[in-house]
Design a protein around this ligand. Structure first.
Ligand SMILES: [Zn+2]
Length: 209
C-alpha cells in the first residue's frame, strides 16, 4: 500500500508527537480531550513551537481530517486544542459535502489516502449562517454564488435551526461514507467517518453521527 510505504520512508522525527499512527478511536479521544480543555479554558496549545513545526517540514501525518464551516468562530485547531501537523482541515461555509465538487472531495480523500488520517469528522455548529439561509422560506436577496452554496446545504426537511444543523452534518457523513475511495476505507474499517456539532457559547463539541 502506497501510503504505508510513504510513512515508513519518513524519518521518525518527521512524524508528529506520536511514534506510531493513532487509531480512529484514539484520534477521536484526543480531539474530545482537547475540546474539553478548550471549553474549560485549560488549553495546552501543543506542538506550536519552532522545534515542532520545523520537525514537520519534510512530511505530515495528521491524525484527523476535519470538514468544518468557514465560520470565524469555529477554528478546529483551537477548539480541539491541537497543534501544527495534527489536523488536515477543509473549511467551507455550511461544511457542505454533498455536491461540494472535486476540490472539497479531493481534499478529503487526499487526507485519508495520501496522508493516512484514520478519522474523518464533519463538524457543524449552531447558529450556522449557511444553514440559517437554507431554512429561509422566501428567496434571500443574495448574490447567485452564495445562493448556489446555500442550495447545497442539506437541512433534511427540518424547520428548526439546531435540528437542521445536525441533519446537514449527518447528510455529510452519509455522503462521505458512500463516496469512493472513502467507502472502501470505511468498509475495511481502516477509517471512521463521524459527525459533530460545536456549540458557539459553551465551546463544547457533541458527537451526532
Ligand atoms: Zn457555519
Amino acid at each position: 500500500m502506497w501510503r504505508r510505504e510513504f510513512v515508513a520512508l519518513l524519518p521518525a522525527s518527521a512524524l508528529s508527537a506520536q511514534s506510531r499512527r493513532l487509531t480512529a478511536d484514539e484520534a477521536l479521544k484526543d480531539l474530545l480531550d482537547g475540546n474539553e480543555r478548550f471549553a474549560m479554558g485549560k488549553t495546552l496549545n501543543p506542538r506550536r513551537s519552532p522545534a515542532d513545526f520545523s520537525k514537520l517540514a519534510p512530511a505530515q501525518a495528521p491524525d484527523a481530517v476535519i470538514v468544518g464551516c468557514a465560520d470565524s468562530r469555529v477554528p478546529p485547531e483551537i477548539l480541539f486544542d491541537q497543534g501544527v501537523g495534527d489536523l488536515f482541515v477543509i473549511r467551507v461555509a455550511g461544511n457542505v459535502v454533498s455536491s461540494a465538487g472535486p476540490t472539497v472531495k479531493g481534499s478529503i480523500a487526499y487526507g485519508v489516502v495520501a496522508l493516512g488520517a484514520p478519522l474523518v469528522m464533519v463538524l457543524g455548529h449552531n447558529q450556522c449562517g449557511a444553514v440559517k439561509a437554507a431554512l429561509e422560506t422566501k428567496e434571500p436577496a443574495l448574490p447567485e454564488s452564495i445562493k448556489d452554496l446555500v442550495r447545497m446545504v442539506n437541512t433534511g426537511g427540518e424547520k428548526d435551526l439546531d435540528r437542521a444543523v445536525v441533519a446537514n452534518v449527518r447528510a455529510g457523513v452519509e455522503r462521505l461514507k458512500s463516496l469512493e475511495p472513502l467507502a472502501g476505507y470505511v468498509e475495511a474499517k481502516r477509517i471512521k467517518v463521524i459527525g459533530a456539532v460545536y456549540d458557539l457559547a459553551s465551546g463544547k463539541v457533541t458527537l451526532v453521527a
